[in-house]
Design a protein around this ligand. Structure first.
Ligand code: GLN
Length: 531
């Protein structure tokens, strides 16, 4: 087994996750089996309790683990299905170490960062990828952060234990362009590498993020000062069209060749055609459409990451570019639907928590239903459809979710039974993959999936109240999918509408550029048909 560690230098948000995912894609394109892992130095046990404003979206794995959005990139770029083993935070490490201390496992020793915390980190790396040729581990944060030190120390020890031929260090760094001087600057990179070497880590490859191409002189300078051979200075330019250009761009820089050679990984020739195909389709689409995503974290690019990606994937399948407009639900409350939604060809309401912006979302749902605009509701988006339908079609004007109004007299959405006695917020929702049976062969949902049993990932505490079902169905809102074990409504679909589907799960977590999610493909197909 070979181990690849990816660290970041100079600034955060360098796209280390994309580089990690792309390396996974490239190694898979050479016929290798990879396992990807992310370590985050913060003290939260997982990002499940963090606001999207802090951390972007929470990505949910098949086994229900709530993780960093980078794991979403890993799953989109590779064929890996990740689990709890592929994600680690400082919080989890300290929790494990302190539990062992309380149990008396340390036999009277003083418990310290080195070796107890570092051992715990190493154990997670060793246990990561049983069937893989290479484990790729990304370390969150930036070199020089105090929180990251125990991780880097653990990696240094691991390289010593495994021998350098089995371990590769990749440092992703920024080469800033100073406009006034008209120059790229390598100093921050030199200093970041110096920091790593202070800890005892000499990077093998430097991946240089840059706005403009790095010339030979610059490459030589980086090579000399950072102590890496010239071919190991890899340029990573800002991408012009899509993140899915990255595997091919890195391949052109010989990235996968250098990695496999350095680790002496036996592999076949790299077949990059699938990625090139995706990029070709993204660059010259025949169609175009405009989708409004109505949420409350609209200023934050990463808050609905997987939804945005899944829309792009659906676009690839339908040979269409997709312009995504983030619309603030509270702005709809102020200005009304007509002004903000009139140019949208499809509307999507994503998941969310809490009452803020709810009325704007309900208004948008009503607008889509009445004006027959293709509509996709996801998780909270589905619960909103139930509230809207109950209020405006069934005439239950006070219908609500007990999440918003606990004592509402028409609780069309209420807390799941299993959730009622839970007080801890972290990791306690209905999380991960559950089965769903599609009930009507004639439904659009069934047509999209073309199968009866599906499995999708969840993250919710509330559900549609079954007491209202008969009324819903009598008025044209049908239950298209159900979890049989819990008698839980998973999918609602409105009849007599070009496309109106709402689901309790998060389909976006299973969409990939080369395998778009059927609901997203079907939604965009309807949007294009409806134009
Ligand atoms: N707040 C809702 C619930 O807990 C919806 C959650 C979501 O959209 N992920 O059920």
């Amino acid at each position: 087994m070979k181990y690849i560690f990816i660290t970041g230098g100079v600034v955060s948000s360098l796209g280390k996750g994309l580089t990690t995912g792309s390396l996974g894609a490239l190694l898979e394109s050479r016929g290798l089996r990879v396992c990807l892992q992310k370590f985050d130095p913060y003290l939260n046990i997982d990002p499940g309790t963090m606001s999207p404003f802090q951390h972007g979206e929470v990505y949910v794995l098949k086994d229900g683990t709530e993780t960093d959005l980078d794991l979403g990139h890993y799953e989109r770029f590779t064929s890996c299905v990740l689990s709890k083993k592929n994600t680690l935070t400082s919080g989890q490490i300290y929790e494990a170490v302190l539990q062992k201390e309380r149990r008396g496992d340390y036999l009277g020793k003083t418990v310290q960062v080195i070796p107890h915390v570092t051992n715990e980190i190493k154990e997670r790396i060793y246990n990561a990828g049983e069937d893989a040729d290479a484990v790729i581990t990304e370390i969150g944060g930036t070199t020089g952060d105090i929180e990251g030190l125990p991780f880097l120390e653990a990696l240094r020890q691991l390289a010593l234990e495994l021998g350098h031929e089995n371990v590769l260090f990749i440092h992703v760094t920024l080469i800033p362009y100073l406009r006034a001087a008209g120059e790229l600057k390598t100093k921050p990179t030199q200093q970041s590498v110096a920091k790593l070497r202070e800890i005892g880590i000499q990077p093998d490859i430097i991946v240089c993020r840059s706005e403009i191409p790095i010339n030979d002189d610059m490459r030589q300078k980086i090579s000399l000062f950072c102590n890496v051979p010239l071919p190991c200075v890899v340029e990573e330019l800002d991408l012009t069209c899509s993140i899915y250009e990255l595997p091919s761009a890195l391949h052109r820089e010989n990235f996968d060749e250098i990695v496999t050679q350095k680790l002496k990984l036996n592999s076949s020739e790299c077949d990059i055609s699938a990625w090139e195909n995706i990029v070709r389709r993204l660059k010259s689409p025949k169609n175009f459409c405009k989708i409004g995503v109505i949420g409350k974290y609209t200023d934050l690019q990463d808050a609905y990451k997987s939804i945005h990606e899944a829309l792009v994937h659906g676009g690839i399948e339908n040979d269409s570019s997709v312009e995504i407009i983030n619309i603030d639900a509270e702005e709809i409350e102020e200005k009304g639907c007509a002004e903000l939604l009139k140019s949208m060809e499809g509307l999507l309401i994503p998941g969310g928590f809490g009452a803020r912006g709810i009325n704007g979302k309900i208004a948008a749902t009503c607008y889509a239903r009445e004006n027959k605009v293709p509509f996709f509701g996801i998780c909270l988006g589905m619960q909103i459809t139930a509230i809207e339908f109950a209020r405006n079609v069934l005439g239950l004007s006070d219908a609500n979710s007990t999440e918003m109004v606990p004592k509402t007299s028409n609780p069309v959405v209420h807390m799941m039974k299993a959730q009622k006695n839970i007080s801890d917020k972290g990791g306690t929702m209905r999380l991960g993959a559950f089965n769903c049976k599609l009930l009507h062969e004639g439904s659009r949902t069934f047509q999209a999936y073309n199968t009866q049993y599906i499995s999708e990932r969840h993250r919710h505490r509330y559900e549609i109240n079954n007491d209202y079902l008969t009324l819903f169905e009598e008025h044209g809102m049908i239950v298209a999918g159900k979890n049989i074990e819990l008698d839980l409504i998973e999918i609602l679909e409105l009849r007599d509408h070009p496309w109106y589907i709402a689901c309790q799960f998060h389909p976006e977590f299973q969409s990939k550029p080369n395998k778009p999610h059927p609901l997203f493909s079907s939604f965009l197909k309807a949007v294009l048909r409806n134009k």
